[in-house]
Each structure stands twice: as C-alpha cells, then as structure tokens.
Design a protein around this ligand. Sequence first.
Ligand code: PMM
Length: 301
Amino acid sequence: MDSLAAAPGTGPATSPLPVIRKPRPAATFEGLPKDRTLVMGILNVTPDSFSDGGQYKDTDSAIAAGLRMFYSGADIIDVGGESTRPGAEEVTPEEEQRRILPVIRALVKAGALVSVDTTHTSTAAAAIEAGAAIINDVSGLTIEPDMPELVARTKVPYILTHRRGDAKTMDSLTDYDNVAADVVEELKGVRDKLYAAGVAPEQIIVDPGLGFAKNEAQNWELMRNIHQLQDLGHKVLVAASRKRFLGTLLSVAGKAAAPEERDAATAALTAISAAKGVWAVRVHDVGPSLDAVKVAARLRH
Ligand code: PMM
C-alpha cells in the first residue's frame, strides 16, 4: 500500500491518518455526477475558522480529515488556508500555501477532486500546479486584479462569490434595495470582468455569498430567491453550512446555537437547495448532506 504522507497510514478515524487506499487517478470536473446536486466538503486548514476552529491546524490531521470526507463520499474537497469569517486576520500567500499545498497534493494523489479556497492569485496558481481543479474565490474579485487572467489561462472552473468589502468591513455593507436582484446585478458586473479577460461562461459558478455583507434576513431572502441566481445561466453553489444565520435561527433563550449544533439545519438547507436544483452545496458535515441530495434527486427523477 502506498503511503500519502510521512505519517503511518493506518488505524481508525480517531488516529492521525485513516487507512490510506491505493492512489487512484484524480477525479475530473467533467467526471462529476450530473444527476444530483454535488457535495463539497470543507477543509479549513486554519487555526481560526469560525466553525471548525483549530481542528485541522497541522498537515497530517488536515489530510486525515480530507481523506475521511473523500471516502465518505464528498464529490469535491474544498481546501482553504485563510479564514474568511467576518473580522478575521489576513494571512500571507506564503503562509497560506505552506498550510494547504501538501494537503492538496495528498488528496489529489488519493483520487479526490480538490478546489482551492483562496483570494490570492499566487495561491490559486500554486494549488492548480499541485493538482487542484477548481478555484473557489470568495473575494468577488475585490482583492487581486490578476485573478481573471489566471482563470482564463488555466481554463479551470471558477467560483464567483458575491460579497462587498472585506472581512473587516462587510458586516456594515448590508444596504440593498432588493437583496436578490442587487446580488444578481453585482455578480453580473464582476462576471463581465471575467469575460473581458477571456473566461468562458461555462467556467463560472456563482455563489450568493451567504453571510458576506448580508444580515440574517437577507440570507433567508437569498435562499428563497436562489432561482434568480440560477437564471444567470451558470451553475450555482450554496454555502450555508454552520453559518451564523443558522445559529440565530436555532437560538435557545437568546443564545445562538454553537457552530457544531447547526449541522441538522445545514442538511435541511441542503435538501431544499437540491430540490431547487442547485449545482453544489459546500458543507462541513458531508454524510447528512449526501443523503439529503440523494433524497432530492430521487424525488426529482
Ligand atoms: N464561506 C466561507 C468560506 N468559503 N466559499 C464559498 N464559495 N462560499 C462561501 O459562502 C464561503 C466560502 C466561510 O465559511 P467557513 O469558515 O465555514 O469556511
């Protein structure tokens, strides 16, 4: 059996690395299932992500968590090295790459389809070199102007997330006339920058950016009107997993539910998103969402 990392690759889920199966050819974007909504598992290799804080802060435990998600059926593993939660501190691209590149290489070697969650062009380029097949950029192109050129040149799918401002300012930028219509208009504006750089329409996946410059009511309003994003003609990704608006919904005696208490509500939103025909959901807890998308697919067909 080939080992993917320096650490021994045996043992149950509680040991540093799960059993590592034989390396397989990496999955391809074109090879993803087309008869149901896809499940993207979240792998934040950060010490400060809001919802799984500190869980995967070293390479081996991150690889182990990614492999567990892959073997439990995640279609895509989304690997990120910088927390994007409101108020988070920025990390340098060098530190971000130090965290994520070994993890990406190991998951690709195991046969997983990996997306890279980054706002930095240099990190996206290095991740593609390491085998990542999708760029997941939550910046909405507000940070690095050369990202469209990289997307055009590499021809990889690109997740275009709606947002306003940065991690420090977004919570104060929630004035919309009509949140769904405004998000669609603003996404169109950013999409035009991608088109101008030569990115093809089928490369673009749009994301409403739940929680990024949206208050609780606006997140629900966007979920209710997700068809308006679908009408843009691109694939749509919904990333609601463990977000603050779910914590607020599930509050008890005025106290928001903790992130790890939001997984059932996340799976409920996955089922609803899948019933609405979105392309993919991005979630922390892969198993229940995978069941939910199968239920929705069975009902639809
Ligand atoms: N949210 C976070 C991180 N990455 N990517 C996309 N495409 N959409 C999102 O809404 C999104 C994202 C922040 O949440 P996390 O800390 O749980 O990863």
